[in-house]
Design a protein around this ligand. Structure first.
Ligand SMILES: Cc1ncc(COP(=O)(O)O)c(C=O)c1O
Length: 376
């Protein structure tokens, strides 16, 4: 129950274990065609969706280096570890970063982004860069509202990390006119780590013509050219593409709306159950991520708590990162997760709290009742 790598369905593992085929074969090109169509469905877009062999950070970096130029002014939203990563990537490439921060656990304030964009009369801001679902804190940022403000600016591109929101909640790239959407395979896609995905709007392709940042492996124009022949510029992780085809088929069988509903109900079950266990949510309760719930633990070391749950119940929960280490633990409910996984996790958390004399049996009963009411 960590937010990635997430569990991989049996069907997908079977596909992964097939013998590799030549990446220049017709058979593989047919596969690329098929996965690309399905990726567009998942991303709700007519834009190109490019598959890169590399982790989610490769897609994030590709988004920046293909659309921006040295010294460009950009806004980076930062309210957690992955927002911080954006700031680091942007600075590494010599961009002029205006940071808009929120306290970790709080969402970014769309109005403060709006204000900076509206005051940019000379249209110097070339991009607004942020994380949709901030995995480190369990917060979802209000991308719908923020994307509207970015559109109103006219010049700035939206460059968004949707690593833990694609395949978990609604991210309609075309409706919200998102320019760059970056994500990674070991999350909602239900396949192992190793592939990342980046969707690129027409406006972002236009910007790529002006971009002067150094790039080679992640130069998306080569991917675009290849994609139009259902091919890749370099040897892709062929077996992960087999797995992707199978997982996307599974997602289509379930249906986008049902996938979102499942994540929403798991989020509600976990967050309300842990409150009934007298624990406090780390994230603002109005902005809970559908993929992960971060929980404060003041009564004992969160790392010891996680270790007990791992050893005794064989459930791996995620820890806190950086200054949150040992203070919070996180329950991932992203990807191939069912109601049983949720009930097991809540029970293991509750039983461990009882054994540590932090709560009594009554609270666990109540918590399970509450969880069940959301799992119907
Ligand atoms: C929100 C978010 N962004 C970016 C990343 C980085 O992805 P990767 O580790 O695949 O490079 C992660 C991974 O956990 C994430 O959760």
């Amino acid at each position: 129950m960590i937010p990635g790598p997430t569990p991989v369905p049996e069907r997908v593992l079977q596909a992964l274990g097939s013998h590799p085929i030549g990446h220049r074969s017709q058979e593989f090109q047919d596969l690329v065609h098929s996965t690309t169509q399905k990726l567009k469905w998942l991303h709700q877009t007519k834009n190109d969706v490019i598959t890169i062999t590399g982790s989610g950070s490769a897609a994030m970096e590709a988004g920046i280096i293909n659309t921006l130029s040295r010294g460009d002014k950009v806004i980076c939203g930062e309210n957690g570890k992955f927002g911080q990563r954006w700031v680091k990537v942007a600075r590494a490439f010599g961009l002029d970063v205006i940071e808009i921060n929120a306290k970790w656990g709080e969402p970014l304030d769309p109005e403060s982004i709006k204000e900076v964009l509206e005051n940019d009369k000379e249209k110097e801001i070339k991009a607004v860069i942020l994380t949709h679902s901030e995995t480190s804190t369990g917060v979802i940022n209000d991308l719908k509202t923020i994307s509207k403000y970015i559109r109103n600016h006219k010049v700035a591109l939206s460059i968004i990390d949707c690593v833990t929101s694609i395949g978990a909640c609604n991210v309609p790239a075309d409706e919200w006119e998102l320019d760059i959407v970056a994500s990674g395979s070991q999350k909602g896609y239900m396949i192992p780590p190793g592939l990342s995905f980046v969707s690129v709007s027409e406006k972002a392709w236009e910007a790529s013509e002006r971009s002067n940042l150094p790039k080679f492996y992640l130069d998306l124009k080569y991917y675009k050219k290849s994609l139009h022949n259902n091919s890749n510029p370099y040897t892709p992780a062929v077996n992960l593409v087999f797995a992707l085809e199978e997982s996307l088929k599974m997602m289509q069988e379930e249906g986008l709306e049902n996938i979102f509903i499942r994540h929403e109900k798991h989020k509600l079950a976990v967050s309300n159950a842990v409150k009934a266990l007298n624990l406090k949510l780390f994230a603002n309760s109005q902005s809970l991520s559908p993929s992960i719930t971060a929980i404060e633990l003041s009564q004992m070391s969160a790392e010891t708590f996680r270790k007990i749950i791992r050893q005794k119940y064989d459930i791996l929960l995620a820890g806190g990162q950086d200054n949150l280490k040992d203070k919070i633990f996180r329950v991932g409910h992203l990807g191939y997760i069912n109601d049983r996984n949720i009930i097991n996790a809540i029970t293991a958390i509750g039983l461990t709290l009882i054994e540590e004399k932090i709560i009594s049996d009554t609270e666990l009963g109540k918590a399970l009742q509450i969880a069940q009411s959301y799992l119907k």
